[in-house]
Design a protein around this ligand. Structure first.
Ligand code: PMP
Length: 423
């Protein structure tokens, strides 16, 4: 927590005065940024930082194609979403071409939180159930409803009885049999709902388990879980806010790595490369009850400028081969990091998919080491690399650079990590 009068710089004091207790800043000595390009951010003092803590400007900071598309559209027409504007439908068709054909209705929002809020309400209306299963350290957003399914956001208090949080699908809980252990956890949660007299509505999961510490393997472990949830009458909501848009390399969406078709998909962050836009995609029959009960209108969600930004992002991902780059540069990065890990007992695991990698840091006893993680994050900053942490203990470095990352930049990261470990 930062407090006014803590000896922070004037720009930080100014921010604290403006936001008060609600200010969320990164680093004990926050950085003032003035610009960015590609995988780099530029601070006011001229320092260039390699940005590994950002999956919003996913096709690269200030990508000229996105900048141009947004500028052109805002100069021509931007309006509330009650008119027909062809750029919007052009975009929705391009987006739907990347999704399973049965998920043919898109509801556009401005944030991932709104998309997940909507997904939960749609799932509850469609199933008649209320129970939601999530993982223990999940984060799905900031509305009142979505905070209830985001255990990592609850500083105190408990989950409502309609929400059950299960252990994340990692080796820490399930050893070798992640798929079997995870399925058993979901089945136990379904049975607990039965005892509480609650019918399940959905299993809601970020398919790369970002906040739980980046749990990507083995591919396929979600399939039996989805089967169990459906057998109990619930839906599978794939929260693609983190893994979507090519980041995992071997698939455009995170759920594809698991060979499952979700009932509802939500997406956000990288969707507009920084332009605030998000969406929920569902089957028409699942929307019927919700739309009959309340319906939905979002003033800004899916406006023409959002559509222009989103379309430019899809074009850039395809034309610049960014999914392939995520796979190849991600594999190169993973190999480099594993090499560093081999020489250092404090680095206990390096895992991931594409350009989404988690690095576990532990004490000699093997216990997760959040204090050392914070120290390393600061040391990485001194080596001009921005990176954050995730996981139950905050002891997993979350490696998440823009998808345009080059091999040289990946190598620079590995060297900075090696140097930061050396102290
Ligand atoms: N889902 C996941 C998996 C997220 O990581 C986040 C944001 N960190 C959200 C949803 C919420 O998205 P937003 O901040 O755009 O509301």
């Amino acid at each position: 927590a930062y407090r006014p009068g803590d000896g922070q710089s004037r720009p930080v004091e100014r921010r604290l005065a403006n936001l008060g207790a609600a200010s969320v800043l990164f680093y004990r000595q926050p950085i003032e940024m003035v610009g960015a390009e590609g995988a780099w951010m530029i601070a006011k003092d001229g320092t260039r930082y390699l940005d590994f803590y950002n999956n919003v400007p996913s096709v690269g900071h200030s990508h000229p194609r996105v900048v141009e598309a947004v500028s052109r559209q805002i100069a021509q027409l931007n309006t509330n979403t009650r008119y027909i504007v062809s750029v919007v439908d052009d975009y929705l068709e391009a987006l739907k071409a990347l999704l399973p054909p049965e998920l043919s209705n898109v509801m556009m929002t401005c944030s991932g939180s709104e998309a997940n809020d909507l997904a939960i309400r749609v799932a509850r209306a469609a199933t008649g159930g209320t129970g939601i299963i999530v993982t223990e350290t999940a984060y799905h957003g900031n509305t009142a409803l979505v905070t209830e399914v985001s255990p990592s956001a609850l500083k105190r208090g408990s989950l409502p009885e309609t929400v059950i949080a299960i252990p994340p699908p990692g080796a820490a809980h399930f050893g070798e049999d992640i798929a079997g252990g995870f399925r058993a956890s979901v089945e136990a949660a379904l049975a607990e709902f039965g005892r509480r007299g609650i019918r399940p509505a959905a299993f809601l999961a970020d398919s790369i388990f970002s906040s739980d510490g980046i749990l990507a393997d083995p591919p396929g472990f979600l399939a039996p879980v989805v089967e169990a949830v459906r057998a109990a009458g619930g839906l599978f909501i794939a929260d693609e806010v983190q893994p979507g848009f090519g980041r995992t390399g071997d698939a455009f969406w995170g759920y594809e790595r698991h060979g499952v078709t979700p009932d509802i998909v939500t997406m956000g962050k990288p969707m507009g490369n920084g332009f605030p836009m998000a969406a929920m995609v569902a089957r028409p029959d699942h929307l019927e009850q919700f739309c009959a009960d309340v319906g939905y209108f979002n003033t800004f969600g899916g406006n023409p400028v959002a559509a222009a930004a989103g379309h430019a992002v899809l074009d850039v991902i395809r034309e610049e081969g960014l999914q392939e780059n995520a796979r190849e540069t991600g594999a190169h990065l993973l190999a480099g990091l594993r090499q560093v890990a081999e020489g250092d007992a404090r680095v206990t695991d390096v895992r991931g998919a594409g350009l989404f990698i988690g690095i576990d840091l532990a004490e000699e006893t093997g216990r997760p080491d959040p204090a050392f993680t914070v120290q390393l994050i600061d040391a990485m900053r001194a080596h001009k690399v921005l990176i954050g942490a995730a996981g139950r203990y905050g002891a997993t470095l979350k490696v998440r650079p823009p998808l345009c990352l080059t091999r040289e930049e990946a190598e620079r990261f590995v060297e900075a990590f090696r140097a930061a470990l050396a102290g």
